[in-house]
Design a binder for this molecule. Structure first.
Ligand SMILES: [Zn+2]
Length: 202
């Protein structure tokens, strides 16, 4: 097998969810495709690494030239309803329902000292600022998955709100257990809408 073909098969097979056979098929597809597509692919890969950054408020992904994402800077969004999510993919899934006009706060990691993820690694500083600076009562909707680490993270948020004397400004709710069998990213619109509609105060 030509060295270049071997190398690309090897590179592709490092991608998740790709079996060795699929890697070979994809390599042949790339070999036979036109050069414009390859150039565009190269450029897009490069842009992916250099032109994506995080919103300085909510930590959602955004274009590098925007300090604040389109949701945080939108006047049509209820800035005092903050949906707390694990990762950006969850934001995309909830937004896809097209139903809610709140804002988000992406944590990216659950607190997990055993995996070297500590409180300071998460985007809490900005969350407390958002609450203190709001001139209305804030609803924090916890839309994370119900496993041990995320439960502990939710407890931390609750305790910290009390410790920082912010409790009088905050209603904390969490999605109903509709999603307990799965993750937000795999849930369909109806399931998500029900979980949000039947959210419970905690
Ligand atoms: Zn944002």
């Amino acid at each position: 097998m030509p060295e270049a073909l071997k190398k690309i098969i090897n590179t592709i097979s490092l991608l998740p969810w790709i079996w060795e056979k699929s890697a070979t098929k994809l390599a042949f597809f790339l070999l036979n495709t036109n050069l414009n597509y390859i150039e565009e692919f190269k450029k897009n890969l490069n842009d992916l690494k250099h032109k994506v950054s995080k919103c300085s408020i909510c930590w959602a992904l955004t274009d590098i030239e925007d300090d604040i994402c389109k949701i945080c800077s939108s006047k049509n969004r209820e800035q005092n309803t903050i949906c707390i999510i694990e990762e950006y993919l969850d934001l995309l899934t909830i937004e896809q329902t097209g139903w809610y006009s709140w804002v988000y706060h992406v944590l990216w990691w659950a607190i997990s000292p055993i995996n070297w993820v500590f409180v300071a690694d998460l985007n809490f500083k900005k969350l407390w600022e958002r609450i203190s600076e709001s001139n209305k009562r804030v609803e924090l909707i916890i839309a994370t998955n119900p496993n041990i680490e995320w439960e502990a993270t939710t407890m931390y948020i609750k305790e910290e709100i009390e410790r920082l004397w912010l409790k009088y400004k905050v209603n904390m709710t969490r999605l109903s257990r509709w999603l307990s069998s799965g993750y937000i990213e795999y849930a369909d619109n109806i399931t998500i809408l029900n979980a949000i509609k039947e959210r419970k105060e905690i």
